[in-house]
Design a protein around this ligand. Sequence first.
Ligand code: LMR
Length: 335
Amino acid sequence: MSSNDFISIVVTGAAGQIGYSLVFNIIRGDMFGTEQKVRVVLMDIEPMLEGLKGLKMEIEDSCYPLVQEIVITSDPKTAFTNVDYAVLVGGMPRKEGMQRVDLLRANAAIFKVQGKALNDYAKKTVKVLVVANPANTNALIALLNAPNIPPENFSCLTRLDHNRAKAQIAMKANVNVKDVHNIIVWGNHSLTIYPDTRCGYINLPTGKATIANVIKNEAWLQGDFVSTVQVRGAAVISARKLSSAASAAKAITDHMHDWALGTPEGEYVSMGVHSDGSYGVPVGVIFSYPVTIKNGVYSIVQGLPIDQYTREKIDLTTKELVEEKESATKILAEM
Ligand code: LMR
């Protein structure tokens, strides 16, 4: 929490669709609670500043009492100075015909600059969430360029995949989403992310039941359910002709809310964090794990059973992240 009576948060790429939804979640109190004042810095590239002026006007006109200050800027020093939280939404989107390595290269340049700016200007306790794709590796690049900030303070968004998995289970089981607990998504925010329901449960009027016992369809849980979650981002793009925005903003809000205020006893959520080697994933990639959070500190849930199917899925997404890390390291060395 801030030492002042307000929290300072920067959102990059704030003039985009995610920013438009996210900023209202923040100032309504969905992220840090309905008593917590917020100073919100809306950052974007110079050509987007005019649009941000309009957003600022709308914020003022909405009369939200938690607003301490709204700053709009394209300057990293102004944006990152003394912030408590940073949500990095702005990045280079994939264009038609672009290879993954080209996307990595374009984003490496952006996240190198932002990592350095965080290092130089933000509070050393700043908590960083990277949303722009490839989110895990962009978060790693920022982390590698911010040696004064602990690696545990960098994360990437996989809560969107987590929420998608939870919603699919709730719909299949015909229960309310609030009754579905302890879903996990492992690995990379990409087509290899692995949604795992084996440790999850559903609260029924008759008591707690495992997801497998309620759904009673192992083939679906290991087949269509997994692929639906993995391709959901692409499915939204294909239907909307735009990527997920409000659901991404909600997932960002959930991620930051839980990181700041903690998870309920016994409840775990998924977060892309700096691997400590847990579950056989090499140290030093940003990997989505099940975590619990207390006093602003997350702990990777330990000791969960890993069967052969899960092992294969974790290994596949790990391999992709290790390759991305190798490419990013090469790209950074050439810069
Ligand atoms: C999503 O999961 O919705 C996005 O990461 C998809 C995208 O490529 O923007």
